[in-house]
Each structure stands twice: as structure tokens, then as C-alpha cells.
Design a protein around this ligand. Structure first.
Ligand SMILES: C[S@@+](CC[C@H](N)C(=O)[O-])C[C@H]1O[C@@H](n2cnc3c(N)ncnc32)[C@H](O)[C@@H]1O
Length: 234
């Protein structure tokens, strides 16, 4: 995977609504993985991944700083950011397939995922079930080994101008502390540039007793997002 001339970065961190089926594929997960024990999705954004795990009969917690918002404020922020995603994808037709109206062909699926997420977020706030926690990496207030699986999509490696190598290292060590199996995707930024410090980061993780495995996956929103990092403690 390498950067592509003309692929533009999305800019500031955006709240996205990646459909659960895309998350399952990009993290190379099986249904057994989803149901083996508690799952952490950090950042959860407006994805319906955790809601889908619960629908399947599993347990999942989503963590993201935007969950400090009220449901109505979060709905407005999600709509604003999905409009940004639509404009960004529509500006790169060689990269993102567009329909006859010039709209990204996945936009409808993302809107559906966002609607499922927002319904579930409202349910959670009414029931105070704690399924959506307003938290920020690199610190997670969970005891060691709270989760069998943690997934982290489109934050680490995606925004290298916002987070330095030390942040990435601390955040990954924190995810590995709380979960037995950690998956991070993709390993490039939003303009398809591979994360330049990945070899250095992997060396530090090895020294810290963490085993890393590079999985080749089928990119979902961008077919070139085809690497996932699987991390486990030795
Ligand atoms: C591109 S979205 C990804 C959401 C989801 N994983 C998906 O793929 O649709 C990035 C998310 O990271 C969240 N975020 C920003 N800083 C964070 C931090 N320090 N820790 C955890 N989440 C953060 C943002 O609020 C945003 O919802």
C-alpha cells in the first residue's frame, strides 16, 4: 500500500459512521470473535458496530470523547461531519465510486449506520446502561483484561498530524492492557500515506512484550486501506 497522487486528506478529526459489516471485515473478525467476551470499540464514533454486537447477543462498550454530548447535540455533530465526508468523497471520484447524482455509493449505508447508532445512543442515555463512555485515548479507566477484544478504527495512524509517536505507543499499550486481542485499522492516513514511524513503533511494542501481526484485509471505504495490526500480549 502506498500513497496515491491526488488522494487528499480529510483534515481535522471527523466523526464517522462506519457500518458494522465494514468493521467486521476491516478488523478480520469472525462471529466467534465478537461473541467470545466483552468487546471495546475505541473510538466508537457514530458506528453501529457495538450496537450490532449487542444485537448478535454479545457485550460491547464504545469509547469516544464525543459521547459527552447530549443526544441532540451529537446528532447535529454527526450530520455535520457526515456532510464533510460526503463532500470529501465526492471530490475524489477516482478513489470513491460515485452514483449518478455524484454521491459516494456508500453514503446511504453510512447514514443508516448513523441512524442505528443515534437510536442506540439515546436508548443508552435513557437507560444509563454505560454502553457509550465519554473517554479519550491514551487513558482508559478499565481494569486490566476487561475485554476479550478491542478494536480501534480510523484514529491511530489516520491523523499523524494530531498525534505523535509517543501518543500512539501509549494508546496502543493502554488498549493491550485492557484487552487480550487488539485490532487497529488502517495503517495509513486519510490520504493513503503509510504511517512512517510504524517500524519504530513495532520495535517499541516488541520490547514492551507485545506481539504484533500485520493482517492483509479488504479495505472497505477505500480498497487501499488493506492492512490491520493485530496486537497481543506475550
Ligand atoms: C474517524 S472517527 C472513527 C469512528 C469509528 N471507529 C468509525 O470508523 O466510524 C474518529 C473518532 O475518534 C474520536 N477521537 C478523537 N480523539 C480521540 C481520542 N483521544 N481518543 C478516542 N477517540 C478519539 C473522534 O471523536 C471521532 O469520533
Amino acid at each position: 500500500m502506498s500513497s496515491t497522487p491526488g488522494a487528499s486528506a480529510i483534515g481535522d478529526i471527523v466523526i464517522t459512521a462506519r457500518p458494522a459489516t465494514d468493521c467486521v471485515a476491516q478488523f478480520a473478525l469472525s462471529t466467534d470473535d465478537l461473541l467470545a467476551g466483552p468487546v471495546l470499540d475505541c473510538p466508537g464514533g457514530a458506528s453501529d458496530f457495538a450496537a450490532t454486537v449487542r444485537t448478535l447477543g454479545g457485550t460491547a462498550v464504545s469509547a469516544d470523547p464525543v459521547y459527552s454530548h447530549s443526544p441532540s447535540d451529537l446528532a447535529r455533530a454527526v450530520e455535520r461531519d457526515l456532510a464533510r465526508v460526503r463532500a470529501w468523497t465526492a471530490s475524489q471520484p477516482d478513489r470513491f465510486p460515485l452514483d449518478g447524482a455524484g454521491q459516494w455509493t456508500h453514503a446511504h449505508r453510512w447514514n443508516t449506520a448513523a441512524a442505528t447508532f443515534l437510536d442506540d445512543f439515546r436508548r443508552d442515555r435513557a437507560a444509563t446502561s454505560g454502553d457509550y463512555r465519554a473517554l479519550s485515548l491514551p487513558r482508559l479507566p478499565f481494569p486490566d483484561d476487561s475485554f476479550t477484544l478491542a478494536v480501534s478504527g480510523f484514529l491511530l495512524f489516520t491523523y499523524p498530524r494530531h498525534f505523535d509517536v509517543a501518543f500512539h505507543l501509549t494508546a496502543i499499550r493502554e488498549l493491550v492492557r485492557v484487552a487480550a486481542d487488539v485490532r487497529v485499522h488502517p495503517l495509513n492516513d486519510s490520504a493513503r500515506n503509510p504511517y512512517p514511524a510504524l517500524p519504530r513503533l513495532l520495535r517499541h511494542l516488541t520490547e514492551a512484550g507485545i506481539t504484533s501481526e500485520l493482517l492483509t484485509v479488504q479495505g472497505q471505504s477505500d480498497s487501499r486501506d488493506n492492512l490491520t495490526l493485530k496486537l497481543t500480549r506475550r
